[in-house]
Design a protein around this ligand. Structure first.
Ligand SMILES: Nc1ncnc2c1ncn2CCCCCNC(=O)c1cc(-c2ccc(F)cc2)cc(O)c1O
Ligand SMILES: [Mg+2]
Length: 217
């Protein structure tokens, strides 16, 4: 099998999803992960919470760290208003290539920009190179030990404003203990923990953390 799991998922999406229809792409990806091969998508209960956050917040500028195949990028962008956009960062070139195809299949290439770099490098460039003033929504879903490094970078760059939401996946499995301690200990955030099932596994529990920035601009 010369193909990777991510390439097999993309092939399945191209064969079974309705082009230009984000909902169809997500449903089809979930079907693939339930019937063919598991993949680390922020899906099902995690996706439902993400949907609710985007619906309530109506963010203009979103940042996602850890694109993987673009599942959560599509999930976020399908609810964004016409002028809103999502910048999603993926250090793995193979994942980034598949994600760009998934975004195109969903017809969301005008709202989503996939950047193939390490998150640590892009955060410092968001203002100058990516014309970002403030981030309304940050979704942390890349390497778990990097969550704390990157939230500190985002704070240093003064990219958050009162009401900005930082949403973190996998705070139980694989876990992000350093991040949880930091964000829950910080007076600049109000954090809420949600116990959820691990993606596509009905007998495993994970957790996601929603933190609202209340600190100084
Ligand atoms: N500095 C950077 N910047 C951008 N991308 C970057 C990066 N550094 C890395 N990446 C690229 C992301 C690497 C994947 C991150 N996600 C994960 O590692 C992840 C793993 C599991 C999982 C849990 C238990 C298991 F048994 C198996 C898998 C579930 C999930 O929901 C996950 O999100
Ligand atoms: Mg995840």
């Amino acid at each position: 099998k010369g193909t990777t799991r991510e390439q097999r998922a993309l092939k399945y999406l191209k064969e079974h999803a309705r082009e230009g229809d984000p909902d169809s792409v997500l449903e089809t990806f979930d079907e693939f992960c339930r019937t063919q091969e598991w993949a680390m998508n922020a899906a099902e209960e995690k996706g439902d919470i993400l949907d609710e956050i985007v619906r309530e917040l109506r963010p203009t500028t979103c940042l996602e760290l850890g694109t993987y195949c673009g599942y959560s990028a599509v999930r976020i962008a399908r609810q964004l208003s016409p002028s809103a956009r999502l910048i999603t960062v993926e250090v793995n070139p193979d994942y980034a290539a598949v994600a760009r195809e998934v975004v195109k299949l969903a017809g969301l290439q005008d709202k989503i920009e996939v950047i193939n770099v390490d998150s640590g490098d892009v955060i410092r460039e968001l203002k100058d190179k990516y014309d970002v003033t403030k981030l309304d929504l940050v979704f942390l879903d890349h390497w778990k030990y990097l969550y704390i490094r990157d939230i500190k970078l985002i704070e240093e760059e003064k990219l958050l404003k009162k009401g900005s939401v930082v949403f973190a996946d996998n705070v139980i499995i694989p876990g992000a203990p350093g991040y949880l301690e930091y964000i829950r200990g910080s007076k600049n955030y109000n954090s809420t923990f949600y116990s959820v099932h691990f993606e596509y596994m009905d007998d495993m529990k994970d957790g996601v953390e929603k933190s609202v920035y209340i600190g100084d601009e």
